[in-house]
Ligand binder design. Structure first.
Ligand SMILES: [Zn+2]
Length: 300
């Protein structure tokens, strides 16, 4: 056991609450009395079974450590930290999560709730076990890892697109989409922000290694005008697009990029009524997109 017993217990206690999405409401509302609220958005950490594991010449643990250090040093702490899937490098091995969870400890010690989604390189059962979440705990869709985070400025819906472990495509499936439609219909007056690990498959001429039920999801999201933005990772790319006024936010990877010109890092998100301002925080401060702020205005 690399960790001392007491901090580990406290860490696991918080991790359980966070994993189960129970740290939402009261603590969050207290933290968000101001005119805007801050959210730290991370994706694709790809932590291997050892802190020294490299991929594409990158030490992923170092990359996550640097991001965690920057977030814990912020003068105005974020309401929560989101990690949007592919927490693990390869296949959600227990050893990968054993390396991953201690790297998050400075965040939990700073009192920051962490909410995670699962990607194709994660394993649901191993993830729940690593975070000490009972596999039979009550959840919106019993077989999926979903979090709903309600806040004064928006409701976040963090979905589960893990299909087959270590196979690139993902899907939400009917039960999760049906639940989402109902949950969105129950809160029509509050902006809704949806986060899924897999990117939407928007080019039918290309093979689909992204979200297999993109069309079904978009049929659900586009007419529900309270849905203002869709956040995803998987493609290790920082990109902002729009579809029928719905903002499509491709979060960069914390770990490594597939294309040489793409940054790695995280996104600092400030929500207020009517818009979000996103700022890329790249590991490479010389990257052209580092520190650039973009305001996304909500569709009517
Ligand atoms: Zn990934």
């Amino acid at each position: 056991m690399p960790l001392h017993l007491t901090p580990r217990r406290e860490f696991l206690r918080r991790a359980v609450l966070v994993g189960a999405g129970l740290l939402a409401s009261r603590e969050l509302f207290a933290a968000e009395a101001g005119a805007s609220s801050r959210w730290a958005l991370l994706s694709d950490t790809h932590i291997g079974s050892k802190p020294e594991t490299l991929a594409r010449e990158i030490n992923m643990a170092d990359h996550l450590r640097a991001v965690v250090k920057e977030i814990t040093a912020l003068k105005a702490a974020p309401t929560a930290v989101f990690i949007n899937g592919d927490c693990a490098l390869k296949a959600g091995f227990a050893e990968e999560y054993a390396t991953f969870t201690p790297l998050l400890k400075p965040l939990t010690e700073a009192g920051l709730p962490i909410h995670m989604t699962l990607g194709n390189h994660d394993d649901r059962a191993n993830f729940w076990q690593a975070l000490n979440v009972a596999s039979d705990a009550a959840r919106p869709v019993q077989t999926k890892h979903i979090s709903v985070i309600k806040s004064p400025h928006a409701n976040w819906f963090l979905l589960d697109s893990l299909d087959v472990v270590d196979k690139p495509p993902g899907k939400l499936d009917t039960a999760q989409r049906d639940w989402l439609a109902k949950a969105l219909d129950e809160s029509k007056s509050k902006p809704a922000l949806v986060m899924v690990h897999h990117n939407p498959h928007l080019d039918p001429t290309k093979p689909n290694t992204a979200l297999l039920d993109t069309n079904e999801l978009f049929e659900l999201l586009l007419p529900r005008k309270q849905v203002k933005a869709f956040f995803y990772g998987h493609s290790h790319k920082w990109e902002l697009k729009e579809k029928d006024g719905l903002h499509l936010v491709n979060l960069p990877a914390v770990s490594y990029a597939f294309a040489k010109d793409q940054p790695t890092g995280w996104v600092d998100c400030h929500l207020k009524s009517g818009s979000a301002t996103l700022e890329l925080r790249a590991h490479n401060e010389q990257h052209a997109a580092h520190g650039k702020k973009t305001e996304l205005k909500w569709r009517a």
